[in-house]
Ligand binder design. Structure first.
Ligand code: ADP
Ligand code: MG
Length: 283
């Protein structure tokens, strides 16, 4: 690569809100055969709202929600923000809080140990939830006490951005830690056919490596702490700029050679245009 050509590309990129830390990654985006997306906060707005509480214990919905929101106080995950917002009131103090990326959170409230997260994380199947939202369970040592169903909206621009990327001949994938029902509903609405759900952070990385083993040049777009391994493994990792300076975003940004400095998916198109142009100038 000639440094001058790279610099032309990078200056233009910065003006479009794309921070390029590694020029080779920008070039890889121009050569990409496959582009994979995280779901929550990437294809979607990342503001899940509580829709329903399935009560599996004697406790009231308000108490169950208070426990869940208290556990989530120090989590940067969009689900956490949704639960805290739905509760709205004062929270209980939590001891030994831990975030488990791609799984959930845990901590002690008034001497009781709780875990809150996916069915995989809790190692407990949830009762049938006949809607396509995100489902997270609340469990103590004696089992599942509640399931919270949250709905997140596709970003308004997602279908159009996905359509343009497909027209460029890219194979598009959705890689998510969420359950398959929620993943398929969002993928269908976005126009993405290849869906992998229930993925832990290292599984997202594994999917990318599988594609690379078959000769693909892979871009990955993600926004969270759970996306950091995939962002680092991809030929071109792109961290979303969901703003707000959240921890998840910071971790994603640190792991990615490209970072979008404006919210939304449109800067991905700008990055790809710049990559194609930079590539052409370099050759
Ligand atoms: P995505 O790949 O869609 O961004 P994540 O990998 O962050 O999702 O999370 C996967 C799943 O793990 C979520 O759908 C949820 O069930 C669970 N989860 C992760 N973090 C949390 C949290 N802070 N609170 C509750 N559940 C969580
Ligand atoms: Mg995400």
């Amino acid at each position: 690569a000639t440094p001058v050509a790279v610099m032309v590309g990078l200056g233009a990129a910065a003006r479009k809100g794309v921070l390029v830390r590694d020029a080779a990654a920008l070039e890889a985006l121009g050569q990409a055969t496959d582009l994979a997306f995280d779901k929550t906060g990437t294809l979607t707005e990342g503001r899940p709202r509580l829709r329903r509480i399935l009560r599996l214990a004697e406790a009231s919905e308000a108490d169950l929600l208070k426990t869940a929101a208290s556990l989530e106080r120090d989590s940067e995950h969009p689900i956490a923000r949704g639960l805290v917002a739905a509760h709205g009131g004062p929270l209980k103090p939590v001891d030994g809080f831990r975030a488990h990326p791609g799984g959930g959170v845990s901590g002690d409230l008034e001497g009781v140990s709780w875990r809150l997260g996916s069915a995989d994380f809790l190692r407990t199947p949830f009762p049938e939830v006949d809607e396509d939202g995100i489902a997270v369970g609340l469990a103590d040592a004696s089992g599942l006490k509640a399931v919270f169903v949250l709905g997140d909206r596709l970003r308004a621009e997602t279908p159009a951005v996905v359509d343009q990327l497909r027209r460029q001949g890219l194979h598009l994938h959705l890689f998510t830690g969420d359950r398959i029902q929620a993943a398929q509903a969002m993928a269908a609405a976005a126009g993405i056919e290849s869906v992998s759900a229930g993925l832990r952070p290292e599984d997202k990385l594994g999917r990318i490596r599988d594609l690379q083993t078959r000769g693909a040049v892979v871009g990955f777009v993600g926004d969270g702490v759970n996306d950091a391994p995939a962002l680092a493994q991809a030929d071109c990792g792109i961290a979303m700029g969901s703003g707000a300076g959240e921890q998840g975003t910071a971790a994603a940004m640190a792991a990615a050679p490209l970072a979008l400095l404006r919210p939304g998916l449109e800067p991905v198109l700008a990055a790809r245009r710049l990559a194609l142009r930079t590539h052409r100038v370099i050759r």
